[in-house]
Each structure stands twice: as C-alpha cells, then as structure tokens.
Design a protein around this ligand. Structure first.
Ligand SMILES: [Zn+2]
Length: 313
C-alpha cells in the first residue's frame, strides 16, 4: 500500500490516491460534503469559494449565501452530515473525526437527542459501514458559556462523542472558561483538541496547551514561527491537523510551496493532512496530498509517512 501511494502521487493518479486508506482528523461535518451532492440537496448549482478571503466572517458569509437558508433545519443538518460521510468514503477516508457543532446539537437537546444519535449511526452504517467514525463535539470559541455549562453533561451523557474541539475566532473568550468543560470531556475519555495558531500566535498555542491539556491542535501553523513551540509540540507529541488549501484560501499562507508543513515536519512536529471544509474549499484529503507533492514542498515518501501518522490515530 505504501508503494502504491507513492507511485500514485508520482503519477498524479487521483483515483488511485482515493482508493488508498487515509484519515481526516480535521473536518467540520456540515461542510464536509461534496458540492455536487449538497447542490442536489438544495436543488441548485453551488460553487466552492473561488477567491481568497481574509476572515472567518467572510467564510460564514459564503455558507449563509450558498446553503444555510435552505438547510437550516434538523433534517437539513443531518443531510449535510450524510454528505460528509459519503464524501469520506469516496475519498478513501477510513478514520473520520467529524465535528458536529454544539449549536446544531442544541436543536436536538431534550427528548430528541437519542433520535439524533441513532440517525447518525444509521446513516454511517448505510453510507460508509467500514468507516471508523469519531463524532467530534465542536464548540465555537464564541459560544454562550452559560448554555455550554448547562448542556455539557447532556452532550457527554450520549457516549457518542469521541473528541472535543474549539473552533472559530480563537480566544474569543478567556481560555479558562473552558477548563471545566475540557476536564469533563477528558473524564469521559474524549480526545482533546482546539483550533489555535491559525490566526493567532505561538504564544496563544502555549496557553491553550497549558490550560486545556490538548493532545492535538487544528491548524497550529503559527508554531512554525517559534522553535520553542515546535520543540514543545515535538516533545509532548502534540499533533497538528493541518489543512493546507484552507490556509491558502483564508490568506494564512501565500502558496502551497510556502506552506509551513515543511518547517514543522523538519522540526519533528507530528503533522497530519486534512480537508477542513471540503464543501467550501473544494479540496479533498487526496487532493491535499497531491497538491503538496506537486508544489514540491514534501516528497512522496514524506507524504506517505504523514498518511501513516494519520492512520495511527
Ligand atoms: Zn477547522
């Protein structure tokens, strides 16, 4: 399989790459589907983001315009999660850490929580039976903290979530506010993750590592600017789940050839390659590998090593 992957990269053979097992550990579920499939859900032609943007607000604007008016409903969100699982299968993803926003889960809190969980399990068994699906409790950095405190036990009582993540505007609220949430999640055996160092600084990353005890970071590209942080990540084996196209489209990185994955990898940081938002950026995990190879930033052998790191999660 290793040789097959390396050969597929060298031959620019996307169908062959898709057939080889890979992980996607940074995937925002409702934005994980293929644009054609989601277009069928809303009965219109949709377009991935065409131009680079600079802020998460602009990205939210895209989703507001393209899909949310039609799919802002319980069934709409479930259909989007189904599209994400279907896309994962089509791309050869065997381990999917699929973030499900707690605001979405809030639509089901109460007597419909069990039905929501069984719906997702039914879809997985039907659409991607072999997929190792790890539902991720996605919490926006901006989420109303009192609502979160009031509902965290309900979320965790489902025994459905395998990981927890903070996403959105980094440090929109003090990190300490999430301390008890992360301790509870840890107590239930969830893997602790957070978006940090995408827009923020290496210092922000140190704070989150220290205060929330995360074992994986979504993005974390700012670490490449600090040998101290890279050393810490390497020593503690804290993994960065990178999404190169997302970084380019959000103007965090100027071009694939300049992606900090090179520096991070060379400094012994554990990295993986992921999709972030397939629906918005139009780039699957297989395509991310291919783009990194074609840009010359990583060799085929190195990319295969990274693929294996992802599967070792
Ligand atoms: Zn993300």
């Amino acid at each position: 399989m290793n040789d097959t992957f390396i050969t597929a990269l060298k031959n620019n053979d996307l169908p062959a790459l898709k057939a080889i097992p890979k992980s996607d550990l940074h995937n925002h579920g409702i934005f994980g589907g293929n644009i054609l499939d989601v277009g069928k859900l809303v009965n219109k032609e949709l377009f991935c983001l065409k131009h680079k943007i600079k802020t998460l607000d602009e990205m939210a604007g895209w989703t507001m315009n393209q899909i949310l008016p039609d799919l802002y409903s319980r069934q709409g969100f479930i259909s989007l999660l189904e599209a994400a699982m279907k896309q994962a299968k089509a791309d050869g993803i065997t381990i999917l850490e699929m973030s499900i926003d707690s605001c979405l889960i809030d639509l089901f809190v109460g007597n419909e929580m069990d039905a929501f969980v069984s719906d997702i399990k039914e879809i997985k068994n039907r659409v991607a039976p072999d997929l190792n699906l790890r539902p991720e409790l996605g919490i926006k950095w901006e989420k109303n903290i009192e609502i979160l405190y009031g509902r965290i036990d309900t979320y965790l009582a489902t025994d459905f979530f395998k990981t927890i993540d903070l996403y959105g505007p980094e440090k929109a609220q003090p990190i300490e506010l999430f301390d008890t949430i992360y301790k509870k999640a840890h107590g239930k055996g969830l893997k602790l993750k957070a978006h940090i160092g995408e827009f923020g600084t290496p210092g922000d990353m140190l704070e989150v590592i220290d205060k929330l005890q995360v074992t994986a970071i979504q993005h974390g590209i700012a670490a490449a600017n600090s040998s101290v942080v890279m050393q810490l990540l390497a020593d503690k084996q804290i993994q960065l789940n990178l999404c190169p196209t997302s970084n380019i489209m959000l103007s965090r990185v100027p071009a694939m050839a300049k992606h900090p994955i090179r520096t991070l990898y060379d400094n012994g940081v554990k990295v993986t390659i992921n999709s972030d938002d397939m629906l918005i950026f139009g780039s699957s995990v297989s395509e991310e590998y291919l783009k990194l190879y074609n840009s010359g930033v990583m060799t085929a052998q190195e990319l295969n090593d990274i693929r294996l790191i992802g599967l070792d999660n």
